[in-house]
Design a protein around this ligand. Structure first.
Ligand code: 5RP
Length: 222
């Protein structure tokens, strides 16, 4: 195992994120393999958080297995911090998320939070979003219609095989986009009938990112 082994980087950035957790607070918790490391680090730290609001069944199970209390999003009015990973992050803190199909709940929990702290390894940093296929959660009956709409943008929306979200919906992974204006595209796609949630996090971009790489963990404020 090297210092830049992906799992080592995830553990490093997860450990660094503990600096943003305060005892007694209710914490927003994202989804994914980096967040799994964060949940493990949080449990091992002994930091006495009051509870967590989880963004997926996957994270809820892991939090509970670690002995952490989980409350529903509807039980809180605001969160100081939401900690989550990303599939891509650009130099302004805009992200693509949803590789783990949890984008809708992630955006709901992020919306409750004052600060989105993104935790990722350096491979997720891109100059322009879009190399990672954009996940879009959709209502099943709209799939062919939405695929035609994306085709008119010059992109290909592929149905994610065997995937049902925690909300019982489907995921289209959209290939071939170059997202130079993430906010404009997020707003546009949100208008398309049948779209539940777009995996562009521009309105809910990161307030700061902790990025693990060969130089250690670096902090970027946006
Ligand atoms: C899940 C997500 C994750 O944050 C994203 O896929 C990154 O995951 P990982 O930490 O496993 O690379 O958006 O829906």
């Amino acid at each position: 195992m090297t210092l830049t082994d992906p799992q080592t980087l995830k553990r490093q950035v997860a450990q660094a994120a503990l600096a943003f957790v305060e005892p007694g607070q209710v914490l927003g918790v994202g989804t994914g393999s980096t967040v799994d490391c964060f949940i493990d680090a949080l449990a091992a730290s002994g930091l006495d958080v009051a509870a967590c609001v989880s963004s997926s069944e996957r994270s809820t199970q892991r939090l509970r297995a670690a002995g952490l209390r989980v409350v529903e999003a509807g039980e809180v009015e605001r969160l100081a911090v939401y900690i989550d990973g990303a599939d891509e992050i650009d130099p302004r803190g805009h992200m693509i998320k949803g590789g783990g199909a949890a984008l809708t709940r992630e955006k709901i929990v992020a919306d409750l939070a004052e600060r989105f702290v993104c935790i990722a390894d350096a491979s997720k940093c891109v100059p322009v979003l879009g190399r990672f296929p954009l996940p879009v959660e959709v209502i099943p009956m709209a799939v062919p219609q939405l695929q035609r709409r994306f085709a008119r943008l010059g992109a290909e929306a592929r149905l994610r095989e065997g995937c049902r979200t925690d909300n019982g919906q489907l995921i289209l992974d959209v290939h071939g986009l170059s997202i130079s204006d993430p906010l404009a595209l997020e707003v546009e796609l949100n208008q398309w009938p049948g779209v539940v949630c777009v995996g562009i996090f521009a309105r809910h971009r990161a307030a700061l990112a902790l990025i693990a790489g060969a130089q250690g963990v670096q902090r970027f404020d946006y």
